[in-house]
Structures are given as structure tokens and as C-alpha cells.
Design a protein around this ligand. Sequence first.
Ligand SMILES: Nc1ncnc2c1ncn2[C@@H]1O[C@H](COP(=O)(O)OP(=O)(O)OP(=O)(O)O)[C@@H](O)[C@H]1O
Ligand SMILES: O=c1ccn([C@@H]2O[C@H](COP(=O)(O)O)[C@@H](O)[C@H]2O)c(=O)[nH]1
Length: 238
Amino acid sequence: MSKPAYKRVLLKLSGEALMGDDPYGINRATIERMVADVAEVANLGVELAVVIGGGNIFRGVAPGAQGMDRATADYMGMLATVMNALALADAMRHVGIVARVMSAIAIEQVVEPYVRPKALQYLEEGKVVVFAAGTGNPFFTTDTAAALRGSEISAEIVLKATKVDGVYTADPKKDPNATRYESITFDEAISKHLQVMDATAFALCRDQKLPIKVFSIVKPGALKRVIMGEDEGTLVHV
Ligand SMILES: Nc1ncnc2c1ncn2[C@@H]1O[C@H](COP(=O)(O)OP(=O)(O)OP(=O)(O)O)[C@@H](O)[C@H]1O
Ligand SMILES: O=c1ccn([C@@H]2O[C@H](COP(=O)(O)O)[C@@H](O)[C@H]2O)c(=O)[nH]1
């Protein structure tokens, strides 16, 4: 049987994808399906750290935040990711995965704080680590948190699991003529202003020579195919 292509990965799970077909929040069937995909690869022995987004609950730049102080809105967004992280870890527990949530914002009655050596220890023990509250700083995103934590834990790759199946020449939701790249360099993605991830996340991964794979978490079996090194999604590389 073929082996996974990676030993340790940072999986960025879309907050927005957690909504399923609901207008906001967490759709039960959707989170259970996502967790089943995660369990499949965790059971292959791959060390998995997860950064969860918050777009299904709150974004600091969303219309609902209009008129608010940006930093305050961003802290609300980070707290939204804590809720998603708790739901995710709970759903993981239901399928027998041992998960630990670590928050970049001190909220110790709820989750333990992010401490890098502790996170590394959990990964070595085979536990799934869920990083909550993004980077802990306003004006950033969970994509940047994925690049940051991925670099900190020496992940071999950042896997951006989102609602689209790769990086396109333009937003495929807005431009039906957009075409998908099989691979693209960080410099090209940044210079073309491709909005699938923010430029800060691309730049950090480029500087750390940490490749990114963008793929669809909605597509059945896609996460496993990515982990097995099969042709899936778009590779963003140096
Ligand atoms: N060039 C592009 N190629 C692919 N997707 C793009 C592009 N430009 C914009 N997008 C949009 O980017 C979205 C993914 O990024 P976004 O940060 O909005 O969501 P997410 O990471 O899935 O969710 P969350 O932030 O809640 O975790 C896609 O759903 C797609 O519509
Ligand atoms: O490091 C961070 C991460 C996130 N935020 C805020 O949270 C929301 C939700 O994150 P998404 O990446 O959009 O899913 C984001 O819009 C920011 O408002 C943050 O401030 N810092």
C-alpha cells in the first residue's frame, strides 16, 4: 500500500465551509463529514495541526462589522474561530480522535493557551492540535495564522481546505471564465492579486519555503488524495 506523502501538515479548514448550505453557523452534517475526512488521514499516522477559520460566524471586514472599530471587530472574528475550534474538537472526539485546542488569545477557562513546545509534544504523541483565535492579533486572517503556525511546527506543507478546488485566474464564484492553475509560484499569486489567500500568508510561506496546496474540502476524498500526493487542487510554491 502506498504511503502518505507527508509526515506533518498544517490543515487550514475553511470556517465558511462549515455552514454547508445554511446561511451562517455550523451545519452538523457538514462538520461531521469534514471530521470524517480528517479522521481518515489522522489514521494514516500523519501528524495533523489544524487552523480553523471564522467566516461562518464573523469577519472583521464583513458588512456586519461596518462602522465598528476594526480591531474590536477582528477580536470578535478571532473569538468566532474559538467557537469553531471547540465544535471541531468535540466532533473529533465523537469519532475517536484525540484533539487539543490551543488558543492564541488567553481564555484559559475555555481552552489552553498556545504554547509552541506543548503543541509539538501533542503532535509527536499523535494528537490533533486545533489552533484557535488565529494569530491572536487584529488585522490578520486565519490564512496568515496557518502560514505562521505551519512555519512554527515545521510542517511540510500548508493545506488550504476551502470551498473551491484550487487557485483560479480570477474568483470562480464571480467569473465563470476563470481557469484553474495546476501550480503557481508565490510571486505570481501575489502579483496577480489572487484573493484565494491574503498576500501576507503567501509572503510568509514564500519566505519560509513552505508550499501551500489549495483544494476543495467539499469534494469527497480530496483531503486524502492530497495527503497521498495525488493530483488534486493547486500547488503554490517558491
Ligand atoms: N483567484 C481565486 N481562486 C480561487 N478562489 C478565489 C480566487 N479569488 C477569490 N477566491 C475566493 O476565495 C475563497 C476562499 O477564501 P476565503 O478566505 O474567503 O474563505 P475560506 O478560507 O474558505 O473561509 P474562512 O476564511 O471562513 O476560513 C473562495 O471561496 C473563492 O470564492
Ligand atoms: O489572526 C487573526 C485571525 C482572524 N482574525 C479575525 O477573525 C476573522 C475570521 O477569520 P477568517 O480568516 O476571515 O476566517 C477575520 O476576518 C478577522 O476579523 C484576526 O483579526 N486575526
